[in-house]
Design a protein around this ligand. Structure first.
Ligand SMILES: Nc1nc2c(c(=O)[nH]1)N(C=O)[C@@H](CNc1ccc(C(=O)N[C@@H](CCC(=O)O)C(=O)O)cc1)CN2
Ligand SMILES: Nc1ncnc2c1ncn2[C@@H]1O[C@H](COP(=O)(O)OP(=O)(O)OP(=O)(O)O)[C@@H](O)[C@H]1O
Length: 190
């Protein structure tokens, strides 16, 4: 039988998780440096990063480098079916554990980012993304885009690229993808 879309997504998540873990061991520092280079000239923006879990590419060096000239925030889950909200983060700020063992700043203002560093499990040549399956970033990017232009930068290892991903209408594409090799060129529409 043809697997359902949910089954296809679950399989794509398992495959990408294994590829990401291998790349994380080999390319962690190079990926962090590539992100810092790609975003390093941004000034005067509200920018979201994330506090990495498991084998996610590590955006902390870029967040630290950007913190002097920008306000940085990180995602916080409000609840299932709800978009993420973003709490201000400063280098070295106190953290507590939130849902799914993700760390969250103890204090800080709620901010609305214009530039987002987005974690992911897999991306495709047209910058569609696959996350952990909560639909959190899909809902968040959709509502931010409804309010005005944003820049959603997927941050991943090259090994997380998938030739084709199972897609559904609610999947929100990324505007850019940065890997350990730098900015990934967007494949032409075909
Ligand atoms: N570092 C980081 N912070 C983040 C996110 C993220 O992806 N990475 N998020 C982006 O949304 C939110 C956390 N969302 C998450 C959603 C699911 C799982 C998770 O572990 N899911 C399980 C499956 C759970 C289930 O099926 O019920 C898994 O992947 O095994 C983790 C984080 C907010 N903060
Ligand atoms: N804007 C939305 N409105 C309603 N449902 C949505 C929306 N975005 C996603 N969903 C639903 O949420 C569920 C999970 O979505 P999906 O599998 O795309 O998550 P994901 O992209 O892997 O996770 P995340 O966005 O948290 O990283 C799906 O059933 C999807 O249909």
């Amino acid at each position: 039988m043809t697997p359902t879309l949910a089954e296809q997504k679950a399989q794509a998540r398992r495959d990408a998780t294994a590829r990401r873990a291998e790349a994380h061991a080999a390319h962690r520092a190079a990926a962090s440096e590539a992100l810092t280079r790609a975003l390093g000239s941004i000034r005067g923006q509200v920018l979201s990063g994330y506090l990495p879990i498991r084998t996610e590419a590590d955006p902390l060096p870029a967040m630290e480098a950007l913190a002097g000239a920008n306000r940085i925030c990180v995602p916080v889950i409000q609840g299932p079916g709800q978009p993420l909200v973003f709490k201000e983060w400063r280098p070295g700020c106190a953290l507590e554990e939130g849902p799914f063992r993700v760390m969250v700043p103890c204090d800080g203002d709620w901010l609305v980012p214009k530039v987002l560093i987005v974690p992911l499990l897999a991306f495709d040549p047209r910058f569609h993304r696959l996350g952990y399956g909560g639909g959190f970033y899909d809902r968040t990017l959709q509502s931010l885009r409804a309010a005005g232009p944003i820049r959603a930068v997927g941050f991943a290892y090259g090994a997380q690229r998938a030739e084709a991903l199972p897609l559904e209408p609610t999947d929100q594409p990324l505007d850019e993808v940065v890997t350990e090799a730098g900015a990934v060129p967007l494949a032409p529409r075909r």
